[in-house]
Design a protein around this ligand. Structure first.
Ligand code: NAD
Length: 483
């Protein structure tokens, strides 16, 4: 059994309880971890608080060096990490490798930024005597990093990387279903020379330890990624305590395909984006609005491509030209997806492909990639996030209709437009109510660009230098007594 990392040591849960980790592809037990309690959270936060003063004073270059060394160790352990990720999350090996690479890239990016955090010098009026002002940046303190199940590595990296290089200490809480990779990363950071208590990993169910972690008085900063409803709960607890919080939540990204678009590229990109990670990405085109004059051609391309996707175990390579798609992460998630598709069918939509679990005699939470045409605007595939391989497609008359329907959602994470017409690009950039818009590109979170949502998709930004700034507090210092 794996153990939790608290204060540089490995611990079982205080109550001795454990939690099995299940492989979504075959429903077998992959491992087990401590099922933590609020007492374990207390211990981890106390360790992080004790480590904070020393880490905050550590030279930024030295902090960056430890993160770089950790990246090397993580790279050296890539086969072990990828294998664990495939089995605990369900994603295909090639996608797990991609996630690991993205994770390392993000950590290195923040290691490079560690020495580039800047303050300011400000001349001041001499009203109260000669003086000048400095604006300095200080780390916030203990950070709670709450990570979801779909990208257990990269979404831990977007929190741990900037938090550590800015001088904070961290308590990571991985999703209860994907804790194993986080524990390996914790181990490798220790081996890289991270002082005890700077990075702690507490495992267990969100319902059992989430409130205790978010509400802990010594946690000053909460970095959360997950479902909108869980984010709301996090905010209910963090808000009254005036904690610094970023919330990266659910999405229902619209894609608009205009008549002049490269339709083959657009259709291919939409499907790759939608079916990557078995459709379990926050960022992914989840509603496709196609101009009427090219609708049939786009549909034709989508249908030709979608049948290449073959549900199967992530560790088995498919025969070319098939493309592997893994299972969805939980049986509950698959039930929700099937119910969302059934709701569309009942409301008059046409299920052009899929809409069922595959006919397999073996176990696993697989689902056939699904294409749904013309669901009405009140159908669940429109109003809710579809967190799996379901792609609804709609016909629109023009850009006014496309933008109005694209914005008709409580979500506002990403969006994209496929056109070379600069007037339409300008409209999409300015009028789509989302945190990001891609033009002729797959929805993808670059480490270098601020990333996050509006409306029910969240608060605050991760990635980029903005992401790093969120792990610091500005402080103004007035220096007087100069003469
Ligand atoms: P989830 O909300 O079920 O879980 C996320 C994390 O919150 C887990 O670690 C969970 O244990 C924890 N948690 C549960 N209850 C808690 C509580 N009361 N207090 C504190 N933490 C608690 O989400 P998931 O199913 O793991 O992830 C999928 C969701 O995440 C989707 O909605 C997806 O769109 C969203 N997501 C958003 C982004 C983004 O950047 N905007 C990125 C990835 C995923």
């Amino acid at each position: 059994m794996a153990e939790m990392l608290i204060g540089g040591e490995w611990h079982a849960a205080t109550g001795g309880k454990t939690l099995d980790v299940i492989d979504p592809a075959n429903e077998e037990t992959v491992g087990s971890v401590p099922s933590g309690s609020p007492d374990d959270v207390d211990r981890a936060v106390a360790a992080a608080a004790a480590a904070f003063p020393g880490w905050a004073k550590t030279d930024a270059e030295q902090r960056a060096e430890i993160v770089r060394t950790a990246c090397e160790r993580i790279g050296d352990a890539s086969e072990r990490i990828v294998d664990t990720l495939v089995h605990e999350q369900g994603k295909p090996t090639a996608e797990a490798r991609g996630e690991l690479q993205h994770f390392i890239h993000g950590l290195r990016y923040y290691a490079e930024l560690a020495t580039k955090l800047q303050g300011a010098y400000q001349p001041l009026p001499s009203t109260l005597g000669e003086s000048y002002g400095l604006v300095i940046r200080r780390p916030v303190g203990v950070v709670a990093a709450i990570v979801p199940s779909n990208y257990p590595l990269t979404l831990m990296g977007t929190k741990v990387g900037p938090a550590l290089v800015a001088g904070n200490t961290v308590v990571v809480k991985p999703a209860s279903t994907t804790p194993l990779t986080a524990l390996i990363v914790g181990e490798l950071f220790q081996e890289a020379g991270l002082p005890p208590g700077v990075l702690n990993v507490v495992t267990g169910r969100g319902a059992a330890i989430g409130d205790a972690l978010v509400g802990h008085p010594q946690v000053r900063r909460v970095a959360f990624t997950g479902e909108t409803e869980t984010g709301r709960r996090v905010m209910e607890i963090a808000g009254p305590q005036l904690k610094r919080a970023t919330l990266e939540l659910g999405g229902s990204d619209p894609v608009i395909i205009c008549p002049d678009a490269d339709l083959i590229r657009a259709a291919k990109a939409v499907l790759i984006g939608r079916l990557w990670n078995a459709g379990q990405s926050c960022l992914a085109g989840k509603r496709v609005y196609v101009f009427a004059e090219v609708y049939d051609r786009v549909l034709e391309q989508l249908l030709a491509q979608i049948e290449r996707y073959e549900p199967g175990e992530g560790w088995l390579k498919p025969e070319k030209p098939k493309i592997r798609i893994g299972p969805v992460h939980t049986v509950h998630q698959r039930e929700t997806l099937l119910a969302q598709v059934e709701d569309s069918r009942a409301r008059g939509a046409e299920i052009l492909f899929g809409g069922t679990a595959p006919e397999r005699s073996c176990k696993g939470y697989f689902m056939v990639p699904t294409l749904v045409a013309e669901a009405p605007d009140d159908a669940r595939v429109v109003t809710e996030e579809t967190f799996g391989p379901v792609l609804p497609i709609f016909k629109v008359a023009d850009m006014d209709e496309a933008i109005a329907r694209a914005n008709n959602t409580r979500y506002g994470l990403g969006s994209s437009v496929w056109t070379h017409d600069s007037r339409l690009i300008h409209r999409a950039a300015h009028e789509l109510d989302t945190g990001m818009t891609w033009v002729n590109q797959i929805h993808y979170g670059y480490d270098e660009l601020p990333f996050g949502g509006v409306k029910d998709s969240g608060i605050g930004r991760e990635h980029g230098s903005e992401g790093l700034n969120h792990y610091t507090e500005l402080k103004s210092v007035v220096v007087g007594g100069l003469s």
